[in-house]
Design a protein around this ligand. Structure first.
Ligand SMILES: Cc1cc2nc3c(=O)[nH]c(=O)nc-3n(C[C@H](O)[C@H](O)[C@H](O)COP(=O)(O)O)c2cc1C
Length: 337
């Protein structure tokens, strides 16, 4: 590896305790012991997605992952999870290396619990003031995730987040996510001061991912423009936007909203019931697609970098390719100088 790239890797690699400062973004149903251990064994940092797990399942998954890798890995905790306090306790009891808070922002007491046990914490930052508040709470690192990413997303692209937030927090390990599919762009974020990156979509079609073959096949066939943000027809429905490959379910979601809006406007349903109907539309739908392979009726969460996913590969190859592309880019730039 080129000396310059090695240097650019130092902050993130030391922070995570890994060779490559590349986090495997937690993906509900997909980021379990196989993918997480493969990511960590390949020199990156795997993260278990606890979004669909209860206390017992998370406990088992951490133990299983430890049986498959001796390398560090983390746990992603969705703060809206009904059993969040129990999941936090599991991470504390089993002393995982790092916890990523998602689906909102942690309270100071959450961060302090982990600090007390010397467990690192990270969370997403969507504005500079949130970043500062989280750092004041004691969070150790931040993730900037652009809305090119797959899954639940914020409103801003990574291009703007890296200009707005990154330069203000250069001392902090900041990992950049959303739309990263090649090493050249990864290099540019490192040069701008990022400690590393987080990838999700790229890992879905890895050999080690347990996603159903139908789910993987649709990723390989899809283009960036197929990954659209879920359409919200009415501001009265507080749904978090999701980026996913368009399918029958995403079209039906629009029709369902039209029906519910009509009912609501005719006072045929209360606002609360209308909101619940909309919220429940996607319940269990990621599992349906990822595990059962129902790519028509399930949710096909995927980021725009899906257009750069062209085949099945091992996680090791995916990470190696990113690093080689970054390395080659530096060499090409040095030749020009
Ligand atoms: C199928 C899928 C499920 C995801 N589930 C989660 C999750 O449970 N928690 C989370 O913080 N992020 C989740 N994400 C986001 C990823 O962790 C990661 O940040 C994102 O995929 C990075 O952008 P990219 O898809 O462009 O690589 C998910 C993404 C996908 C594609």
């Amino acid at each position: 590896m080129n000396k310059k790239l090695k240097k650019l890797f130092t902050k993130g690699s030391e922070f995570l305790g890994v060779k490559y400062p590349i986090m495997g973004g937690a993906m509900t149903w997909i980021s379990e012991s196989n993918l997480v251990s493969a990511t960590s064994n390949a020199g990156g940092f795997g993260v278990i997605a606890a979004g669909s797990m209860n206390k017992k399942k998370l406990e088992q998954e951490i133990i299983k992952t430890r049986s498959k890798t001796s390398k560090p890995f983390g746990v992603n905790l969705i703060l809206l999870h009904p059993e969040i306090e129990d999941l936090i306790d599991v991470c504390l009891e089993l002393e995982v290396q790092l916890v990523v808070f998602a689906g909102g922002f942690p309270k100071k007491r959450h961060v302090e619990k982990f600090k007390y046990k010397n467990i690192k914490t990270m969370c997403f930052a969507t504005t500079s003031s949130i970043a500062q508040k989280m750092l004041d709470y004691g969070v150790d690192g931040l993730i900037l995730e652009g809305n090119e990413a797959g899954g639940h997303i914020g409103p801003v692209s990574i291009n703007v987040l890296v200009q707005e937030i990154l330069p203000k927090f250069l001392d902090i390990p900041i990992f950049v996510a959303g739309g990263i599919g090649r090493g050249e762009i990864f290099l540019k974020y490192l040069e701008l001061g990022a400690a590393g990156c987080q990838i999700g979509t790229k890992l879905v079609c890895s050999n080690e991912s347990i996603a159903h073959k139908n789910f993987k096949e649709i990723f390989i066939k899809s283009e960036a423009r197929n990954c659209q943000i879920s359409v919200r027809l009415d501001k009265r429905f507080p749904v978090i936007p999701v980026r996913a490959i368009e399918n029958k379910a995403s079209k039906e979601f629009i029709e369902e909203q039209k029906k519910v809006i009509k009912l609501l406007d005719k006072n045929g349903i209360s606002l609360k019931d209308a909101q619940l109907k909309i919220e429940h539309f996607w319940a269990g739908s990621l599992r349906k697609a990822v595990i059962d392979g129902d790519i028509e009726n399930g949710s096909l969460m995927a980021g725009q970098s899906v257009s750069l996913v062209k085949n099945m590969q091992s996680v090791e190859n995916i990470l190696r390719e990113l690093v080689l592309q970054a390395d080659k880019q530096i060499q090409n730039e040095e030749k020009v100088l």
